[in-house]
Design a protein around this ligand. Sequence first.
Ligand SMILES: [Zn+2]
Length: 473
Amino acid sequence: MTANQVLIEKLTFRMLLRIVLGFLCGVRALATENNTAQQRPPPLLLVSFDGFRADYLRRFDMPNLNHLYSQGVLVEQLTNVFVTKTFPNHYSLVTGLFAESHGILASNMYDPISKKHFRTSNDTDPMWWSQAEPLWLTALDSGYKTAAVMWPGSDVTIRNRTATHFFPYDSKVTFEQRLKNVTEWILGNKKEPGVMFAALYWEEPDGSGHRFGPDNTTAMQKALKEVDDNIGLLMSELKRTGLLGHVNVLITSDHGMAQCSEERLIRLNDCLHPDNYTLVDLTPVAALIPQKDADVIFGILSKCHKHMTAYVKNAIPDRLHYRNNERVQPIILVADEGWTIIQQGNKLPRLGDHGYDNSLPSMHPFLAATGPSFRQGYRTSSLQSVDIYPLMCHLLSVPPRPNNGTLYQARCLLADETCWDVPLVVGLVVGVLLVLSTLTVLIRLLSYRRSSGPRAFQRLQIDDDDDDDPLLE
Ligand SMILES: [Zn+2]
């Protein structure tokens, strides 16, 4: 091959590579340009319907919710955080942290440093919440007003601050009343600008799930009809106030629900006398402080029931992110899906429960979103619930606090973001490399064929240069 042919081949390869890279960078640059062009972001409303198990979406007719995500996005399942309880997961949604990092580890806790006890009915001591900072506080630092309505932790003074507007928890306040306050706060008035971030909490379908069990189709149909009516109310209220299409709305939940049964009870007293331990939390994840020989107590509990797994604190699996906090007790017991841990007797406390391993689909909630920043009619199978926090910070242009989430996957939900489908990109790169290789081979072949014609003539011309050719020796 002549020097010219080699040069042409190199130039062709570089040109094609530049075209591919140019295409990739161009799309990215376009996305960045779109982002910076946006001045003040739309307000963000985060709504949680407690205990909304992901598969309710398939099992029950929910026309209003269906309409909402058909014009926006749907994440069919969220992988939430362990333990799959209300308080830990609601705090994860607004901090992007696993329970071990934000410190709200369960519905009942004991802090060995302060020697204090936490109950969901007695939760307003700031020390429990101050290991993290929820978005309704972080957004204040960006000059925004915020609101949090009955969201766990919203009526607590965390790190000496609260949201601009909040309510103490009161289950008697209807969804409509909570909603009306939120829309008024978002709208603002002459004296005060509207809030940029609002979090709104509603207790259903969790209450019905506990009372009737998720397998009770009739009862759950009724509960979900009410939830769907509330979503309808939300959309008509946004329309009435002129906010529809100008607000980003996230609808999500904290956890799912599993069916429990009197046939699936685990009695701790059958294995160990209660004098041996102090019980901090009971089911489906029990937290115990051994009062006697810890190794002996753990040995007994680990063999207690085939549907219950015992862990000493430092052996809790990494994937649960439930070890590195002083509020995790020395021994935890995790019941299998649908099993209930009790101390004694035959009474099943609830027909439905949650708190189980967060890898179980029955524990997963969902995410639906709509608004000017979201794609329309986009659907994806899963997302980590800790990824919602960086997504919300991005939507509000609020610098996020350190967190366990990432925007990488969540950006696929956004209208003006480039979303790289990794297998597609790998396929594209492999395809381009194959085309380049094929072109290189073709160019070589063509060069060879072109040069093989006049070769005899050339050889006659350049005999002197071929001294080292063995054929000529
Ligand atoms: Zn619950």
